[in-house]
Write a protein that binds this ligand. Structure first.
Ligand SMILES: Nc1ncnc2c1ncn2[C@@H]1O[C@H](COP(=O)(O)OP(=O)(O)OP(=O)(O)O)[C@@H](O)[C@H]1O
Ligand SMILES: [Mg+2]
Length: 140
């Protein structure tokens, strides 16, 4: 496990970019941490670093956004996903192994995460702009 402190949204995007360089293209990246913790900022940095040019925003209504860069990236928001049926209807299981899955609100689907998922938990630091990233399953 490794801990990284971010002091700004730009720092968080950079961390996403740094993690992107470690990926092979078929990882599941599970993000944990409540509203406004920086899950989307992190995802934006990760996607940009993989050459995604489209805007990256929370797929709150679509449940999943798809981006194409060096790899296919499937960006989920599980905020409203509370049952297995909901989860199946997002296509989650079909996407596994066919690209990078990056998942906001992984708390809601924890039982469905593969054992080899990269787990990233974000919490608040000492001031409003500080975030503490706890990363498991990937060395940076
Ligand atoms: N160190 C930081 N890293 C990331 N975001 C930060 C940081 N400091 C402040 N912020 C602010 O926190 C907010 C993070 O928003 P973001 O949409 O990335 O969060 P989120 O975890 O995806 O939230 P949601 O659960 O609503 O989707 C932004 O308003 C950003 O400016
Ligand atoms: Mg978000």
């Amino acid at each position: 496990m490794c801990t990284v402190i971010s002091k700004s949204p730009e720092d968080t995007e950079r961390l996403g970019g740094q993690i992107a360089t470690k990926l092979c293209g078929n990882e599941v990246i599970a993000l944990f941490g409540g509203l406004g913790m920086g899950k989307t900022a992190f995802t934006r940095g990760l996607c940009r670093s993989l050459g995604v040019e489209d805007g990256v925003s929370s797929p709150t209504f679509a449940l999943v956004n798809e981006y194409h860069g060096k790899y296919n990236i499937y960006h989920f928001d599980m905020y409203r996903v509370t049952t297995w049926d909901d989860l199946y209807s997002t296509g989650f299981f079909d996407y596994i192994d066919n690209g990078i899955l990056i998942i906001e609100w992984s708390e809601n689907i924890e039982g469905a995460l593969p054992d080899n998922a990269v787990r990233i938990s974000i919490s608040k630091g000492d001031n409003d702009n500080e975030r503490i990233f706890c990363i498991e399953g990937l060395s940076i």
